[in-house]
Design a protein around this ligand. Sequence first.
Ligand SMILES: [Fe+2]
Length: 279
Amino acid sequence: MIAASGLPCTAGIGLRAPHVAHVRELRPPVDWFEVHSENYFVDGGPALAALDAIRADYPIALHGVGLSLGSADVLDGGHLRRLKRLVARIEPAAVSEHLSWGRVDGRHLNDLLPLPFTAEALDLICDRVDAVQAALGCPLLVENISAYLRFESDAMAEWDFVAEVARRTGCMLLFDVNNVHVNAVNHGFDPLDYLAAIPGDSVAEIHLAGFDATGACLIDTHGARVAPPVWSLYRATIARFGPKPTLIEWDTDIPPFEILQDEAAIAQSVLQPFDAIAA
Ligand SMILES: [Fe+2]
């Protein structure tokens, strides 16, 4: 089965620098990879050459962390041009960014910062998503983020904000199940309410990752195995939306590649029965 994004409805793995040589040399049996777009904003060199070589054998999703869609600053034209150039070169199966901001007065903050869930912020981010989709000439997948604060000015629930972005712009959603769980625990809502509000047809990809639970709140570290409650929410997500391309994200304390394959196999075991029904 092929998803709306062009990715297969199977489990993929986030490809990070420590595993590039392994993947390039051994061509492990992984259905698809996702990479961070900004790591390849270069005109040449070994990293881009490796990505070209891997792209010859695997579908690739480009996942952006620096476009700052929700910033009050004007959209960074240079960043968008570099992304467009990379899209033309790699011909990815999906291009995604976050519903967040990280740029102010021309200075870039290296984080995915939360937006207030207001009509004004909704207008702004929908304009930006429209502009990016027009520039790229393809649908953008936008991802819900983990956030550790809420604003007094919030006028709607997070899930209504996310669903409205998809409805107004026609963009696709990258539904991060771990981020929903982290926010549900930290802010005290029922993740099934979130799930119920999201239009399943708009979901083109899912993210799974691990969090840190040693402090006063859950921190979305991408540095551990997917936690049992996130697997439960993932099963509920697939039951509601049907099979969706699902990525294992791991960005800190990156383990041996086999651990990532093991996590992907668990996700695949959730997807498999649905694929059999579709076939
Ligand atoms: Fe994610």
